[in-house]
Design a protein around this ligand. Structure first.
Ligand code: FAD
Ligand code: NAI
Length: 476
C-alpha cells in the first residue's frame, strides 16, 4: 500500500477540524481529513462532539422540550387550550437523531464540494522525516498519509467522577443524557455548569424531578453576578433544585436506581436517590490514539496539547486547535482557530480575538455574554459605568409573553468603550451578536445607543441598556 500525499492532513472532523480542512482547501491546498466517529450503522459521522453528542442534539432536545413546556404552561394565556398534551420521547429522540444525520451528511457534502478527501478511521502520528509527517489511518481500509502540515483537532471527552464510570445506563455522560428512552422520574446531575443546566432543563420540562449538586459555593461563577442571580431565581421558580457547595461522596448503582452520598454546604451528610445520574463536571482534552508520546508531542498537566498563540505545537509543521488545546471549549472558538491555522499555513495573518468570544447557555431564560463581568472589572481595578434594561419594559418581550431578565452593559468610565455585555432573557443567544460586533469594532456604549433598532424588537433592550450607561433610558 503506497502512502497518499497531501499538503495538509487534519485529524478530527469536529468544528475545529472540518472547518480548518474546508478553509485550507479554499486556499488551494490538497487536504485530507481523518475522523473516527461512527454512526449507529458503523458509518462515518463527521462533526465531532458538537454534531453528534453536543451542540446540535442538545439544542434539538431543548427545542422539543420547550414546545412541550409551552403547550402545557403557556398556551392557555394566549387563549389556546391544549388538553392531554403528551410527549413521545422515542419520537423526540428520533427527530434529534435525524437532525444530527442532516448535519453529518452536510459535512460530507461540504468535503466533496471543496475537494477535501475524507478518511474514516483513527489517525495516529507515526513519524516525521525531511519536513513531512506520516499519519496512519486505522479504519476499515488502513491508509498511510503523508503531508507537510498536520492539524490536530481531536476534541474532548466527558470527565468522569472518580469511582463512577459512565455506564450510559444509570451514570450518564452527555452522550447517554441525549439518548434517554423515557423520562426519568428522578434525575440527579452533578455539576451546575453549562451541560448541567441545559440537560437539567430538558428533562425537567418533560416531567423529571431534577436535582443538581454543585461543588462550588457560587452559582455560575464565570457569569456576571447580577445575571447569574437573576438566572438562579428563574431556574428555582421553574422547579430546578440546585444545591451549591456540596462535596460528592460514594455513588452506588447496585439495585434499582443510583444513590449519591454527599455532604451539603452546612456539613450535613445527605443521600440523593435518583433513577439516573448525569455527571457534567467538565471535559478533558482527547488525545487517545494519537501517539503523542511516540512522536514527542508536548501535552500539559491537563492532557491538553501545548500550543503557542498561533496554535503551533512543539513539532514543526504540526498545529492543534479546538477543545484539545487551551481556551474555552466552544464550537465557535474551535472554528475560528481552524480558519486561522489554515490561513497561517497559507502565509496569511489568521487571527482569533479571545476577548470577543461569546458564551451562550441555551436554557430558558437564555444566558449570553461577551467580554468581562462586573466582578472581573473590579478585580482588574478598571473604572467602569454600568447600564441595565429589563425585558419587562420591552414591548416585544411583553408580546412574546417572555419578560424575564435584562440586558447589561459595562463600559469604560473614561472612554465609554464597551467592556462587556451580559444578557439573561429571551433570545439572548441571538442578541449577543450585536454586542460581539460592537466590541470587535471597539465601539462605545453611545455608538449602540445612537443606532436605530427596529421596533418592536428584543434588540431595543440592547439599545436601552446602552442608553442606561448614560442614565438616559427612554422606556424605563
Ligand atoms: P470535537 O467536536 O470533539 O471533534 C473531535 C473529533 O475528532 C471527533 O469527531 C473525534 O471522533 C475525532 N477524533 C479524535 N481523535 C481522533 C483520532 N485519533 N483519529 C481520528 N479522529 C479522531 N459548544 C458551543 O459552542 N455551543 C454549544 O451549544 C455547545 N453545546 C454543547 C453541548 C454538549 C452536551 C457538549 C458535550 C458540548 C457542547 N459544546 C458546545 C462544546 C462543543 O461541542 C465543543 O467545543 C466542540 O465540539 C469542539 O470542537 P473540536 O473540533 O475541537 O472537537
Ligand atoms: P462546566 O465547566 O460548564 O461545568 C462543570 C461544573 O461542575 C462546574 O460548575 C464545576 O464547579 C462543577 N464540578 C466540577 N467538579 C465537581 C464535583 N466533583 N462535584 C460537584 N460539582 C463539580 O462543564 P460541563 O457542564 O461539563 O460542560 C463542559 C463544557 O462543554 C463547557 O464548559 C462548555 O465549554 C461546553 N459546553 C458548551 C455549551 C454551550 O456553549 N451552550 C453547552 C454544553 C457544553
Amino acid at each position: 500500500m503506497s502512502a497518499k500525499q497531501f499538503d495538509i492532513v487534519v485529524i478530527g472532523a469536529g468544528p475545529g477540524g472540518y472547518i480548518a480542512a474546508i478553509r485550507a482547501a479554499q486556499l488551494g491546498f490538497s487536504v485530507a481529513c481523518v475522523d473516527e466517529w461512527k454512526n449507529d450503522k458503523g458509518g462515518p459521522a463527521p462533526g465531532g462532539t458538537c454534531t453528534n453528542v453536543g451542540c446540535i442534539p442538545s439544542k434539538a432536545l431543548l427545542q422539543s422540550s420547550e414546545h412541550f413546556d409551552h403547550a402545557n404552561h403557556h398556551f392557555a394565556e394566549h387563549g389556546i387550550s391544549a388538553k392531554d398534551v403528551k410527549m413521545d420521547v422515542a419520537k423526540m429522540v428520533a427527530r434529534k437523531d435525524a437532525v444530527v444525520k442532516q448535519n453529518n451528511d452536510g459535512i460530507l457534502y461540504l468535503f466533496k464540494k471543496n475537494k477535501v478527501t475524507f478518511f474514516h478511521g483513527r489517525g495516529s502520528l507515526v513519524k516525521a522525516a525531511q519536513g513531512t509527517h506520516e499519519v496512519q489511518v486505522a479504519g476499515a481500509t488502513p491508509e498511510t498519509l503523508v503531508a507537510k502540515q498536520v492539524v490536530i483537532a481531536t476534541g474532548s471527552s466527558a470527565r468522569a467522577l472518580p469511582g463512577a464510570v459512565f455506564d450510559e445506563a444509570k451514570v450518564l455522560s452527555n452522550d447517554g443524557a441525549l439518548r434517554l428512552g423515557a423520562v426519568p422520574k428522578k434525575l440527579a446531575l452533578i455539576g451546575s455548569g453549562v451541560i448541567g443546566l441545559e440537560m437539567g432543563s430538558v428533562w425537567r420540562r418533560l416531567g423529571s424531578e431534577v436535582t443538581i449538586l454543585e461543588g462550588l459555593p457560587t452559582f455560575l461563577g464565570a457569569v456576571d453576578e447580577q445575571i447569574a442571580k437573576e438566572a438562579h431565581k428563574a431556574f428555582t421558580k421553574q422547579g430546578l433544585k440546585i444545591e451549591l457547595g456540596v462535596k460528592v461522596g460514594d455513588i452506588k448503582t447496585a439495585g434499582e436506581g443510583v444513590s449519591i452520598a454527599y455532604t451539603n454546604a452546612k456539613g450535613e451528610a445527605k443521600t440523593l436517590d435518583a433513577d439516573k445520574l448525569i455527571v457534567s463536571i467538565g471535559r478533558v482534552p482527547h488525545t487517545v490514539g494519537l501517539n503523542a508520546d511516540g512522536v514527542g508531542l508536548k501535552l500539559d498537566e491537563r492532557g491538553a496539547i501545548v500550543v503557542d498563540e498561533q496554535c503551533r505545537t512543539n513539532l514543526p509543521g504540526v498545529w492543534a486547535v479546538g477543545d484539545v488545546v487551551r481556551g474555552p471549549m466552544l464550537a465557535h472558538k474551535a472554528e475560528e482557530e481552524g480558519v486561522a491555522v489554515a490561513e497561517r499555513i497559507a502565509g496569511q495573518h489568521g487571527h482569533v480575538n479571545f476577548n470577543t468570544v461569546p458564551w451562550v447557555i441555551y436554557t430558558s431564560p437564555e444566558i449570553a455574554w461577551v467580554g468581562r463581568t462586573e466582578q472581573q472589572l473590579k478585580a482588574d481595578g478598571v473604572k467602569y459605568k454600568a447600564g441595565t434594561f429589563p425585558f419587562l419594559a420591552n414591548g416585544r418581550a411583553r408580546a412574546l409573553g417572555d419578560t424575564t431578565g435584562m440586558v447589561k452593559f459595562l463600559a469604560d468610565a473614561a472612554t465609554d468603550e464597551i467592556l462587556g455585555v451580559h444578557i439573561v432573557g429571551p433570545m439572548a443567544s441571538e442578541l449577543i451578536s450585536e454586542a460581539v460586533v460592537a466590541m470587535e469594532f471597539r465601539a462605545s456604549s453611545e455608538d449602540i445607543a445612537r443606532i436605530c433598532h427596529a421596533h418592536p424588537s428584543l434588540s431595543e433592550a440592547t439599545k436601552e441598556a446602552a442608553l442606561a450607561v448614560d442614565k438616559r433610558t427612554l422606556n424605563f
